[in-house]
Design a protein around this ligand. Structure first.
Ligand code: SF4
Length: 297
């Protein structure tokens, strides 16, 4: 892999940042930066199981949705810089906690830094690597992950260019994400669960239903049903949208009508799906980031 950290073009933003002397649009500099590493029980049951998913939350994000519920780490770039040796240790420390997998959350901006570590520890680690991402991944990013990511956990956030421009300043979001998810499914093949229902490989697509955007959600379900068979992917429909106070984003929560109509479309398409309890859609879904598991000892 050839990566020029003085002119970064890793993600579709292609901001050409010099990450040796400064930071990119995503907030990333020239060291791995993470906000927390811990067993997480609140992912989908096939990911968290009964022991948790070993999540590593990376700082910064190239998409930067205006309603992001992890904005402290994604937009405000909270976290601690670590070297690759510490990153490897963190993966093994999570394994000692008997997690079902190691889940890399929003890691795109650090791939050239963490990939050599993942290649060298993957077989010793012996756990599936989950790549939890925004869906806004370049072909270059996905080619790096081929053979490393066992499970992809991408979002598909928007269908319409107007909405994605409004909420992320990325008019090409669906164009990029639809290609990316197709490539993820090509790499992983049909999803596979073990006898206890824990996911071992495959692609689980997440979609957060946003207030006032129900029709956009239905377009996404239509595209998924025309592109994939129910054996190809698992779908997770999320209701946890919480107003953040941003004037650009909807100021109310989702209604039952908005959420249930999207869930109904997913069921009718025949996908295996996870559906959140809309009454539980509050800030309790937002993890507390205080560098848990980042600092040694
Ligand atoms: S990963 Fe970050 S620095 Fe690199 S192109 Fe994307 S936004 Fe810019």
């Amino acid at each position: 892999m050839i990566y020029d950290n003085t002119r970064c073009t890793l993600c579709p933003r292609r901001c050409m940042a010099n990450r040796v002397t400064g930071r990119g649009r995503c907030g990333a500099g020239n060291l791995i930066k993470i906000a927390a590493a811990m067993p997480h029980m609140w992912e989908e049951p096939c990911i968290s199981g009964d022991k948790g998913s070993g999540v590593i939350f990376f700082s910064g994000c190239q998409l930067g949705c205006v309603f992001c519920q992890n904005r402290d780490i994604s937009i405000l770039n909270y976290g601690k810089e670590i070297d690759s040796e510490r990153f490897a240790e963190i993966c093994f420390e999570l394994r000692e906690k008997e997690v079902h997998n190691i889940s890399l959350v929003s890691a795109d901006q650090y791939l050239p830094y963490i990939l050599p570590v993942l290649v060298s520890i993957k077989s010793t680690l012996g756990l599936p690597i989950v790549y939890n991402c925004s869906g806004y991944q370049s072909a270059e990013t996905l080619s790096m992950l081929c053979g490393i990511a066992d499970i992809y956990l991408p979002d598909i956030k928007f269908f319409s260019p107007e909405l994605s421009r409004k909420y992320t300043c990325a008019e090409d979001y669906f164009e990029v994400a639809s290609r990316a998810v197709s490539e993820m499914v090509r790499q992983t093949g049909k999803y596979r669960l073990d006898e206890k229902g824990i996911m071992k490989s495959g692609t689980l697509v997440r979609h957060l239903v946003i207030p006032e955007c129900r029709k956009d959600s239905l377009e996404i379900v239509r595209w998924l049903s025309e592109t994939f068979s129910p054996e190809d992917i698992i779908l997770s429909v999320m209701s946890q949208y919480t107003p953040t106070g941003s004037v650009q984003a909807p100021a109310r929560r989702l209604t039952s009508f908005e959420y249930e109509s999207v869930c109904k479309a997913v069921r009718e398409a025949g996908f295996r799906g996870y559906f959140q309890d809309i009454s539980g859609a509050d800030a309790s879904y937002i993890p507390d980031f205080h560098l848990q598991g980042v600092t040694k000892g």
